[in-house]
Structure formats: structure tokens, C-alpha cells
Unconditional design. Sequence first.
Lengths: 508, 335
Amino acid sequence: MKQLVEMGGIDKFFPGVHALKGVQFDLEPGEVHALMGENGAGKSTLMKILSGIYPRDGGTLKIGGQEANPTSPSEAQDLGIGIIHQELSLMNDLTAAQNIFIGREPRKSFGRLDEAALNTQTAEIFASMNLALDPRALVGSLTIAKQQMIEIAKALSFKSKVLIMDEPTAALNDAEIAELFVIIRRLKAEGVGIVYISHKMDELKQIADRVTVMRDGEYVGTVGAADTPISQIIAMMVGREVKEEPLEVPDLGDAEVSLQVSGLTRGKDIQDVSFSVQKGEILGFAGLMGAGRTEVARAIFGADTRDAGEIRVHGKSVAIKSPSDAVRAGIGYLSEDRKHFGLATGMNVRDNVALASMDLFTGTGGALDEAQLESTAKSYIAQLGIRTPSDVQEVRLLSGGNQQKVVIAKWLLRDCDILIFDEPTRGIDVGAKSEIYKLLEELASEGKTIIVISSELPEIMRLSHRIAVMCEGRLTGILPGGKSTTQEDIMHLATQREAAMQVTGTVQ
Amino acid sequence: MTTVSEASEKKPARGLAEGGTYQKLLAFASLIMLLIGFSIASPNFMQTSNMIAILQATSVNGVLAIAATLVIITGGIDLSVGTLMTFCAVIAGVVLTYLGMPLLIGVIAAIGAGALCGLISGTFVAKMKIPPFIATLGMMLILKGLSLVISGTRPIYFNDTPGFDLISRGSLIGEVFPALPIPNGVLILFIMAGVAAYILGRTVLGRYAFALGSNEEAVRLSGVNTDMWKMRIYALAGGICGIGGILIASRLNSAQPALGLGYELEAIAAVVIGGTSLSGGRGTILGTLIGALIMAVLTNGLRVLSVAQEWQTVVTGVIIILAVYADMVRRGKTG
């Protein structure tokens, strides 16, 4: 069969960086070809060359057997290459149909828009995808999953034969992922080739036919998805075998209860949630997307208001109305969205480490003690192993794992002994993940109280001494950590829509 | 990897230098080129008296631009700096001329009124979550109206307050160095610039100003009382406008209640030419100072060349667009 895409010996240079070193990639019609690699491995760069965003500095590119040289995204589109970016680029205030045909709307005379034709054509595309969606629906009112479908529809409307999907499931819940996979399988059947970029191993097994692994801008190899064990793919990605260390649940005995939450309620999002965590404990929060875990964390932290509920820190009831109250009580919150909620990305490492504790560095007249700021930042860089060229590097230039460490340093400096981690390893590559896990374990063994919210069950099971499971705003149960709890146990509670048992006392 | 080593060597003296360095170099180069160009075009331009006139003309706009810079760095905007300046001048007039209080009380009242109005704007923005553009637009109109009401729409003269006009027009430097009769207004501008640069670069207030402009929600979730810091910045900016009010009243030896509208745009123009980002998080006082000087040199130079007033305004507009375009080109190259 003729190859849809053939890339060979692709080279790409950025100032000071050899980003792609003779990389090869090919795509057959009707296959899902996963492209894997740690962040910075060059996946996105390779796909940007394919989709005309970057010119290549060397190598060959054939599309549909023809030499091709797309110099802009629209040229690539004309060649049948569609790309669906990780961050959706839709206009929320326009309808689905208006989004799909933006820039090439059907027109009547005198430049008037032909809304009827617009909606009919969109309905046809939706029908071909077997997607039940109103072309006139406002995009902003749709779920992320539906918005993604619209992006796909948009790509298909260009008669794309190649669809590049960059982390398409990052923001989807399990049901939505299943929906997406149905669409992908249908596209496959119609002979569309799909390049699938993802970090999630289990998805590859479900959807991919072949896997190409890249590392540090180099091509590592291409293997069949079905017959290659996940550990081998990971080994190809990181260049070494990643060993899963078994979790040892420490016996905390009657260690002090450092955080006790009772009757926490906020509208429908949080319904009467009560739990407690001991000093030195890691409490995992599992649940599906929208179960209310982040909402619980934000309510405890005072980032959102709450309707009812008491929060006791070290036995004392504390009135938390704003994040500054929570921080004063020693609670730190590390958001899943570091760029928006965790870091002042335009500022340097030094300032971000001190962001929550500037008062520690203030002398007379409000002057900052820059020397002390520097030495403090440097000591955290050393202690947490933050890889940065210097303490005045802007944090936006650091990798996800190192950005996360900067946020951790911020809270350690503020002397917070209760730390809530919301998706601590989202967007962090495999190698750096285990480093973050070790860090969390060290913090717990030093007597910090750790709450980890995660959508990845292996992560929850890897870390948690106890596992709290939520479903639709309710806490449906707390399970012991370690080997005695299986993924099935957690999923059972996570999908338990009616509370079978009331969770009241939570310390076992 | 060259960028990394540069970044690591850069000292974080942010208030005066870092951030938009290229833009500032460009702005500085433009300033020098303007000076050279006008000197060649007219022998009258490079005279000490004309240079001093340029500096004098910079002083009020410069002070207002410093106030605007502080707010813009937090990601906000202050449209009320011009009418607030007038309002403070009128307050000084009421206190000194109508109430006959001593000079110092009048100055303190003007600065205090400025800080209070800034605090009110800050409250609108921080507590009531009114977008800064709207909050300060409202404040701009309120203060314009109040200035007219309080003054009875008539100028208030400071003839009964001896020494008031010397605040701006006298020259302490000239007394020491007779060859350099730099007016006090200019001295005050440079002192204010130094103070503002120190606050931005070396104090918590300044660091939070940049942090707010960089990512306000992250700062709030760090447990920082963002509302309070924001209100402080607006109050500080307001107080600086109060100083601007004293300067202009002193220069005219009167508080002109109809004055003020349009000054905010000149101030913002100086800020933008100086490389401060309107989206917040980046900016310097030095840049703003250069921006204000460019505008004054341009106005003065064109006048020396007998270009009509109308055309001077057109040229200023073109310069603003070119300055921002240069910044965009730079960012397009690096980002």
C-alpha cells in the first residue's frame, strides 16, 4: 500500500540546538501510529515540520508518494495534513459550524454569509463521523471532549488524509476518551492515517497499531503496539528500564492528625466531605474527571468559597476565607495548572521560590534582601535538584518537572507542613515523574502531611498510604494503600453514584 | 545555549534595567538620533537654554508617566493620572490660597489627596473587580468634574504663597553650579524616578507589582493578599500624581481646573515608547524616562524647526506606533 507520509533523515536546527537528528517516520493509510518520547524529545517539532509550521533543514518528506515541501499550515492542509493541537484553538462565542468553516464560509452575493449552507455542510461532516451534535451549538457551551470533536470535524472538512493529534485525551474523562476512540476507529476504517502523540501507555495499547519512539531529537525505533510490552517502550523512551518500586505503607501509629475536614460542602460540587490526614501520611484522592477532588482542595485552601464545613489544623479550628488564611495555617496548594495558578512564569526562579514568603526577605523600608533571596533559592535548587542554569533563569524556560520543583520549593520555604498536590506529574515526563514521587515520599517521611490528587490510578497506587475516592462531589470511601487495594476496588468506588455507605469517621 | 549564560549573568536590577532591554536601547538610540538630527537641522536646538526647556517640559509628563508605569506593570492601566494631577493642584490651591495654610501643608494635602484617589481607584479594581480601564475612566471623569466644582471653574492663583512657584521653577542646582541652571521640577522628576526605580527593583511592593502583572492568580494562590498590594500600587501612583499636580501648579503659578485631560495619554505613550508591556509584568522606570524625553525632544525640536503644532501631534502618533512595532518585531524574532 502506498504510504501516506514518508519522512526520512529529517534534521532541524534551532539556534544552539540540534533539535532533530536524522529522524524518520512513516504513516500508512488506516493506521494509528503513536509517536512517543519524553518532553523535549522532538515529537512536536517533527509534527510541526510535517504540518508546515517549521521548515526542515535536511531530509526528505513525501506526502502521498509525492515530494512535498509545505511552507505554511495552509499548504499542509491542502496536501491533506490536519493537526489537532493540545490546546484547542476554537472561538468560544461562535457556533460549531462557524468554527469549522472559519475563513472559508459559504457566501451569497455581496459577501453575505450563507448560514444555511454552513450548517448543512457541518451537519454532513458530523453525520459522517456519526456525531450527534447541533451545528448551531455555541462552542463555549460544549464539553472539552465535544470541542475536540469539532476540531476533528474541522480537520476532516479539509479532506485531510492525515490527522495529527497532540495529547488528545489530556483533558478528557474515561467516557469521553471512549467516545474519541470510537471516532478514531471510524476514521481508520475510512483510510485516514492518524499520528497519535500521547504519554498514556494504556491508551496506546487500546488504539495504536505502531509506536515510534524518539529521544533527545533522535529516532529510537518503531515497534508494533500490540506485541511490545509497555516496559520496553518506556525503556526506549528513557534509555533505561524504569523500575516500579513497591510501596511501603509506613505505620504511623497514633501520629498527630494534622488536617481534619468535616462536613465540607459547596453546592453540588462538594457534598458533605469529611476526612482527616496524619502527620507523615500521604493521602491519595482518586476519582474520575469532575468527581470534585480539585474542588475539595480549592475549598480547603480558600481559593473558592464554601457553604459549610469545618477545617481543623493540628486540632485547632481555623477560619479559612482566602488562600492567605490557608497559607498562614500552614496549608500549601500545588495546582495541576502550574502555568496559570502556580508560577509567575515571566519571573525568575529566585522570585518564584520567594513568591509566598517575600516578608521573610524584607528589611527596613520594605527593601528586599537580594543576597538572602539568592542564597535561599540556591539552597532549594541544590536540595530539590532543580535543573536550571541559574537562580535568575525565567521559570517558563524550565521543564515541567523542574517547574513543579520550584512550586514545591515555594511552599517549603513558606514552612507549609500540609501540602496538597493536584496532579503533581501532569505534563511531566516519565523520568522526572519518579523523581517527584521520591520527593513526595521524602517530604512525608520528614513529617509533612501530603494530599495527592491524581487521575492516574497507577500514580495513586504508587504513592498513597490511604486512598480517598470521590464520585460526583461525594466521598464514596477511603481505602488502605498498598497491595491490598486493587484498581478495581478504586474504580468501584469512583463510579458509585449513590452512596452505599455513609462515610463519617475516617481514621481507620 | 548562549541565551542561558547571558541570563545567568544578568543582575536582577530590574527597576532600572532588566526587561525590554532591546526596546530601551532602541529608545535610547532614537533619543540620541533625534538630538543629533535636530542639532544639525537647527543651531538653536543644542543651546543650554533649549535643553533646559526640554527637561522642564518633560518634568510633569515624566512624573505622570512614572505613576502610569507602576500601574501598567501590574497589568492594569490608569487613565486618571491627568485629571488627578489637576485635582491635586486644585486641592493645593484651596488649601494654600483659600485657607491660607503654610506651603508644606498644601504640598502634603495635594500628595495625600492623590494617594487617597489612587486608593479609591485601587479599591474599585481590586475589591469590586471593575476592569482597570473602566474604573480609572470613571475616576478620570469624576476628578475632572470635581476639579471644576471645587474651583468654581476658575483658576486658583498662588500669589499669596511666596516660594510656591520656586518648587518647579527655582533651581537648587543652579545655585551651586551657576552654569547648570536645571530647574527644581526636573530635579524632582529625577528624584521620583530614582525612588520609583528603587521601589520596583528592590522592595516587596515592586516585586509583587511585577508578579501581579506576570500571573495574578498564581500570586493569589501563593497566599499573598493580592488585593491589598494592588491597592497600594494604585495609591502610590496616585501620590505621585499629587506631586505632578504640585509641579504643574508651581510652573503655572496657578491651578488650572480645565487642564489635565489628554495628559494621561501622553503619559501612557511615554510608558509604551519606553518598552513597558501593556499586558503587565515587564517594564522599567528608566525606559519610561527615556520615553518621556523622546516625546519632549520631538515636540521641542519640531517647534524649533517651526513645524506646525498640528503636525507635531501627528508625528508623536507615528512615533508611538513605530516604537511598539519595533518591540513586536523583536518579540517575533525571539519568541
